[in-house]
Design a binder for this molecule. Structure first.
Ligand code: SF4
Ligand code: SF4
Length: 470
């Protein structure tokens, strides 16, 4: 049968060491540490309120982030946060290229962790290749079984940690230990265990190549001053094997050792130029720097650089001038634009959080009927009042109506009262029906202003509505 597609070769990344490898280890420890530890942080919000610092309480319909409590009505804060994260990512990408992909993306972090497990049990690149090609011996079986068991445990820890963000972590852990946990939680744990196992254990670089949409459109954030991984061809070529002690005259510094290729988690050769698969992880930079040190040549044959610098250097070489290293241009229209949006959205979010009130008032004027004429000629309008008490104690609120000379105000169920008082339990929404009676002989539609005053703190919330007459 004619093969139309080449079989994808499995990639066995070789371990390297250096500055960028250390940065990647550090990013992994910090990010995984935050992910696993965050649900265990406590934050005292007073009695009858969860004390988990970061919690998405789906049942109680609240989001908690330390001192910030997000109600369903404040979902715009979450939207703002997502916009902030997206613009932050665009900003970082326009400056530093695919730094997110190389160091912080969960797919990269977990894959790195899985490869580390593989490396510790099965050995480095060549040993792993050999083991895969070898027949099924006892040694191969225990090494593979142990690797997959640890991968599954990491997957379980990943799914397990995720559900802690949606439940009180100590209570849920107790449930898990006693095999008593909600069915939906169990489904999430199983789904995340298996997806982590599959994506970091098997799919790996294929997720970045074929499944990740961000990998595809982030080149739109690149310009000629964005930092990319570049091979200094003008210095490296013509490449070729080199014997220690022989001259470098008339040849390039690349000794064609392929150290930069075998460490690459994406399986590419960066000497062929920038490719969409490159996640800017810098491991080829480390590998090549180690080779250059051994050869007693300057480091940086592969390095982070910009396209503009590459072209400038090529020009200098063509003019037979000494090539210079050039600088990073941080301030550019694109980066200024992203930074401005970041500040704007960040400022709006900060303003929304700082100006957030403890009480919210919503008034709906009943439409059917719009008004009722009572037997004494008085006109009555009905209103639905919704009060959000975002505090952690029960509150009484006084309701006042400005802009209308009222004859009577009645709170349904409480009778005719001069100033109706609404009691709303802590951390909840109170709904009330109020009837407002006024003179018949005035304009047909009067704007009115409802004012709600917290009897404990004196703080007020208000809402505009109207009073309708025939
Ligand atoms: S590691 Fe450096 S010297 Fe070796 S092949 Fe890659 S670019 Fe050439
Ligand atoms: S080419 Fe270099 S920077 Fe790009 S993915 Fe491979 S190792 Fe990482």
């Amino acid at each position: 049968m004619v093969q139309l597609f080449a079989k994808d070769e499995k990639i066995y990344p070789q371990r390297t060491h250096g500055l960028f490898r250390t940065l990647k280890w550090t990013a992994m420890v910090v990010l995984l540490g935050i992910y696993y530890a965050a649900p265990w942080l406590r934050y005292d919000r007073g009695p009858h309120v969860p004390d988990q610092a970061i919690l998405i309480d789906l049942v109680g319909q609240r989001g908690y982030f330390f001192g910030i409590e997000i109600w369903p009505q404040e979902v715009y804060l979450l939207v703002g946060l997502l916009i902030l994260a997206a613009i932050g990512l665009f900003f970082a990408t326009s400056l530093l290229g695919r730094v997110w992909c190389g160091y912080a993306c969960p797919q990269t972090v977990w894959t790195d962790l899985f490869v580390l497990v593989e490396h510790l049990i099965q050995g480095d690149r060549n040993a792993r290749r050999k083991l895969d090609a070898a027949p099924w011996t006892l040694e191969k079986i225990w090494k593979k079984l142990l690797t997959h068991a640890i991968w599954l445990l990491i997957g379980l820890a990943t799914g397990g940690a995720w559900v802690f963000y949606f439940n009180d972590a100590p209570t849920l852990l107790d449930g898990i230990l006693h095999l008593d946990l909600p069915g939906l939680t169990l489904v999430w744990i199983i789904a995340l265990t298996l997806s982590t196992y599959f994506m970091a254990g098997y799919a790996r670089e294929n997720i970045c190549k074929f499944a990740c949409p961000y990998a595809r459109f982030q080149s739109a954030m690149f310009d000629r001053d964005t930092l990319i991984i570049s091979y200094a061809g003008e210095r490296g070529e013509p490449r070729g094997k080199h014997k220690i002690g022989t001259s470098w005259e008339g040849r390039g510094h690349c000794i064609d050792c392929t150290a930069c290729v075998v460490v690459c988690p994406m399986g590419i050769d960066i000497r062929n130029g920038l490719q969409y698969e490159c996640i800017s992880c810098g491991l080829c930079v480390d590998a090549c720097n180690n080779v250059m040190e051994k050869m007693k040549l300057p480091r940086g044959l592969i390095h982070y650089d910009t396209e503009n610098n590459q072209h400038r250097r090529a020009d200098e070489i063509a003019r037979q001038a000494v090539p210079t290293r050039g600088r990073m241009k941080w301030i550019r229209p694109r980066t200024v634009f992203y930074a401005a949006i970041l500040f704007l959205v960040g400022g709006l979010m900060l303003g929304a959080i700082v100006l957030r009130t403890e009480t919210e008032l919503n008034i709906i004027h009943n439409r059917s009927p719009l008004y009722v004429r009572l037997s004494d000629g008085t006109i009555r309008n009905n209103y639905q009042i919704k009060v959000l008490n975002k505090t952690h104690s029960d509150r009484d609120y006084a309701v006042k109506i400005d802009g209308l000379t009222t004859r009577r105000v009645e709170l349904l169920g409480a009778g005719d009262v001069a100033v109706p008082s609404l009691r709303v339990p802590a951390n909840s929404v109170g709904e009330f029906r109020v009837q407002v009676m006024a003179e018949p002989n005035a304009s047909a539609r009067v704007p009115v202003h409802f004012i709600l005053t917290d009897r404990t703190t004196g703080k007020a919330a208000s809402h505009d509505s109207y009073f309708i007459r025939p």
